[in-house]
Design a protein around this ligand. Structure first.
Ligand code: DGL
Length: 276
C-alpha cells in the first residue's frame, strides 16, 4: 500500500466506443476503490474500418488526454488499437505502463481438441501484422481461421444487440468457422462479448467461445498498487454524444445516473485524424 494521496492518480481505459466496457466492468469489480476514467472514441468508431495511421493518431490523442487527467496506467481495451497503436504508445510514453488487449491465441491452443481454432475480429485486427505474428508464435501446429467482421461493431454501437439483421451478419461471419470445423472460437474484439449468445447460436453448442477481457483486467490489477485513502471514481467521456452514450450505459450495463462528459482532442494529432 502506498501513502500517495494524489487525488488525480487514476487508471485510464479507452476503446473506439462501448466495447471496452466489457473490460471496464471487470476492472471495476476487481478494483472497487480505484479511480477509473473511460474514454469512448464514439465519433470515430468503428476503428476496424480505419487505417493504421488514423487508429494511431486517435490512440495518441486519447492517451495524451488520459495522462493529463492523471492516468498512471493505460488499458487499451480495444484489440484494433492494440494491433495498430500500442507500439507507438509505448515508444512515446516509455515510463508509462500499458495493458493491451489481444486475442487469446495461447489459451485457444490449450483449449482446442481438434486443432482448429476460429478467430472473429474487426477487419483491421484481422489484417494486422501483429495478429499474424501472434498466431505464428503460439499456434505452430493448429489451424487458425481468421474472420474479419465488418459492420458488427456499428450495430452494437447503435444499441442493436439482437436484431434479425445482426443475427444474419453474425451467421455469415461464422460460416467459414463452421465449414472449417473449429471447436474453439475467440472473440477478438471487445464489443463482441456484448452479443455472445448470438455468436454461440451461430457456431453451435459444441464450439467453445473464449473471451479475453477478464485476463486483461487481471493484468491491469497486477500492475496497479492501491493506495491508502483512495476514493473510488468513475469518469466517462466520449467524442460522440454524451446523452446517447449515457442511455446506452444505463440500458445495456444497467449503470444508472452516470454523468458522461464530452471530449474532443486538443492536440493537432487528434484534430488531424478527425479530418482524415
Ligand atoms: N472494440 C474494439 C476492438 O476490440 C474496436 C472495434 C471497432 O471500433 O471496430 O477491436
Amino acid at each position: 500500500m502506498q501513502t500517495d494521496l494524489s487525488p488525480r492518480r487514476e487508471i485510464g481505459v479507452f476503446d473506439s466506443g462501448v466495447g471496452g466496457f466489457t473490460v471496464l466492468r471487470e476492472l471495476r469489480a476487481m478494483l472497487p476503490t480505484a479511480r477509473l476514467r473511460y474514454l469512448a472514441d464514439t465519433a470515430y468508431a468503428p476503428y476496424g474500418n480505419r487505417s493504421p495511421e488514423e487508429i494511431q493518431a486517435r490512440s495518441i490523442a486519447i492517451t495524451e488526454h488520459l495522462v493529463e487527467c492523471g492516468a498512471e496506467l493505460i488499458v487499451v481495451a480495444c484489440n484494433t488499437a492494440t494491433a495498430h497503436a500500442i507500439d507507438a504508445l509505448r515508444a512515446r510514453w516509455p515510463a508509462l505502463p500499458f495493458v493491451g488487449t489481444e486475442p487469446g491465441i495461447k489459451p485457444a491452443v490449450a483449449a482446442t481438441r481438434n486443432g482448429r481454432i476460429g478467430l472473429l475480429a474487426t477487419p483491421a485486427t484481422a489484417a494486422s501484422a501483429r495478429l499474424r505474428a501472434l498466431i505464428e508464435r503460439h499456434a505452430t501446429r493448429q489451424e487458425v481461421v481468421v474472420q474479419g467482421c465488418a459492420g458488427v461493431v456499428d450495430r452494437i454501437e447503435a444499441g442493436d444487440l439482437d436484431s434479425p439483421g445482426l443475427r444474419d451478419l453474425v451467421n455469415l461471419y461464422c460460416e467459414p468457422l463452421r465449414r472449417a470445423g473449429v471447436d474453439t472460437a475467440l472473440l477478438g474484439c471487445t464489443h463482441y462479448p456484448l452479443i455472445e449468445p448470438l455468436w454461440q447460436a451461430a457456431l453451435g453448442p459444441n464450439v467453445e467461445l473464449l473471451r479475453i477481457e477478464t485476463a486483461v483486467a487481471r493484468r491491469a490489477v497486477g500492475l496497479w498498487t492501491p493506495f491508502l485513502g483512495e476514493e473510488p471514481a468513475l469518469d466517462i467521456e466520449t467524442s460522440g454524444d454524451p446523452a446517447i452514450l449515457g442511455t446506452w450505459i444505463a440500458t445495456v450495463l444497467g449503470w444508472q445516473g452516470l454523468d458522461v462528459q464530452a471530449w474532443q482532442p486538443a492536440s493537432r494529432n487528434g484534430q488531424h485524424a478527425l479530418t482524415v
